[in-house]
Design a protein around this ligand. Structure first.
Ligand code: TA6
Length: 297
């Protein structure tokens, strides 16, 4: 569907519009009555930007990011399915690099601006992963940002899957950043494989490469950005785990779509089911949700 048809069918005057980004990808601009706004690409159903009603950009987007078919956007909220991390499929699965379709848009009774994007299996996905599925991602912009991710097994066989909202947050300085709420939670350290350990700190701090999966994590954690004097509450439901990632210096140098110094101004706090793959029976649904709230700043 071309831009004009998308605008005619799904546009909402002053609240939701479609644009062609300079690399040819279709972007959806959402604007809430409070002044909060967000940008979502149909490519990967990728939320690439979110600004609060006070105009504060909350998500990190690399200046070196690609914006082209077949490549994930570096930053924002990559949608991960059916595989988290490395494995038989391309890393982090196949959802984040495919063109999603607009299913519906709405202005909710409470004034939230919503768009629901959909991805279904096709010959290309089935060649990679031989299962039938339907994904829906609903982005709801109010003074908060809520992402609802639904997986439906539309085939005759059960399948195993993992999911993640791989969210990149922008911070003033990683050295003045902490993630509260994980004390006592067991985690796997991807950088130091071994038995799960319990987090002992009130706030996870960052002074080196960090890549940890917190198992059955609390449903609310708070990212503190002390330099910007702000905090972001991350509240999940239907999602078991939290992954915390900062590439630090050496890994940053190995990422082609990431600036060498950008590790200082970002951290990923990811929500989903990233640990053991879950089984979804034929006709089954999985729904996970995460709401982001800027509490100060
Ligand atoms: O979520 C953490 C992680 O798995 C890290 O190991 C790092 O590789 C990151 O994802 C980014 O992966 P990507 O494939 O987007 O470069």
């Amino acid at each position: 569907m071309n831009l004009e048809h998308l605008q005619d069918r799904f546009g909402i005057a002053g609240r939701l519009g479609f644009a062609q980004e300079q690399h040819g990808l279709t972007r959806v601009d959402l604007k809430h009555a409070s002044g909060a706004c967000a940008e979502v690409y149909l490519h990967g159903a990728h939320v690439a930007g979110w600004r609060t009603s006070r105009g504060l950009e909350m998500l990190f987007l690399s200046r070196a990011s690609c914006f082209r078919d077949g490549m994930p956007i570096r930053g924002g909220i990559p949608v991960i399915f059916p595989q988290f991390g490395d494995g038989p499929l391309p890393k982090h699965g196949l959802a984040r690099t495919r063109a999603w379709q607009v299913e519906r848009t709405a202005l909710d009774a409470d004034g939230a601006v919503t768009i629901t994007l959909q991805l279904e299996d096709d010959a290309q996905t089935r060649a990679l992963w031989p299962h039938r599925f339907r994904l829906q991602l609903q982005v709801a912009l109010a003074e908060t940002l809520t992402i609802e991710f639904t997986v439906t097994n539309t085939g005759p066989d059960p399948f195993l899957f993992q999911t993640s909202l791989h969210t990149y947050f922008q911070v003033g300085d990683i050295a003045l950043t902490g993630l509260r709420g994980l004390r006592g939670t067991e985690f796997n350290d991807f950088l130091c494989p071994g038995p799960a350990l319990a987090e002992t700190r009130e706030a996870v701090a960052f002074d080196c490469e960090t890549d940890r999966l917190y198992i059955n994590a609390p449903d609310r954690v708070v990212l503190e950005d002390r330099l910007n004097k702000r905090a972001i509450a991350i509240a999940k439901s239907g999602m078991d785990d939290v992954v915390v990632w900062n590439p630090w210096i050496e890994k940053s140098g190995r990422l082609e779509d990431f600036g060498a110094d950008e590790y200082r101004r970002m951290v990923c706090v990811e929500t989903g089911n990233m640990r053991a793959p879950a089984v979804l029976a034929p006709g089954g649904h999985w729904v996970g949700r995460t709401t982001f709230t800027c509490e100060k700043g």
